[in-house]
Write a protein of this length. Structure first.
Length: 129
């Protein structure tokens, strides 16, 4: 299993007039997750969506994803897929979206959330547990 090297935030990514921003945190409990999500929601009050996924434990004892109003399975699940495929745990990834007026469709949403999350994970780096 791996975890992120550090918490951080990626650059704004513009896709068809929508802005996507990924933020990643190291977490060890559901309370950590809830605290970080509350802070993101407070910081980005005008955001349309704050989709997220997290995994906790080694071995993983808890994992969850949330679409936050996006098309079901098109936001939180793509983020979760990245965490699972790379065997990342003790990590929360939140992707914030500011809707730009152009619908992306399910495939476009999946690509946008995946690209935003995976780009930040690559930039932050991983370490073995």
């Amino acid at each position: 299993m791996k975890t992120i090297a550090e918490s951080g935030r990626g650059p704004k990514i513009k896709i068809k007039k929508s802005i996507f921003i990924a933020t990643i945190f190291r977490v060890v409990s559901k309370n950590d997750v809830e605290d970080h999500i509350s802070k993101i929601q407070e910081e980005f009050k005008k955001a349309t969506h704050n989709a997220y996924a997290y995994r906790i434990g080694n071995p993983v004892s808890w994992e969850e994803s949330f679409d936050d109003g996006e098309v079901k399975g098109c936001a939180g699940k793509p983020i979760m897929n990245i965490l699972q495929k790379q065997e990342i745990t003790n990590t929360l990834v939140v992707v914030t979206r500011f809707y730009g007026g152009v619908k992306l469709g399910p495939g476009g949403l999946i690509r946008a959330y995946s690209k935003t999350a995976s780009g930040l994970i690559t930039a932050i780096g991983l370490e073995n547990l």
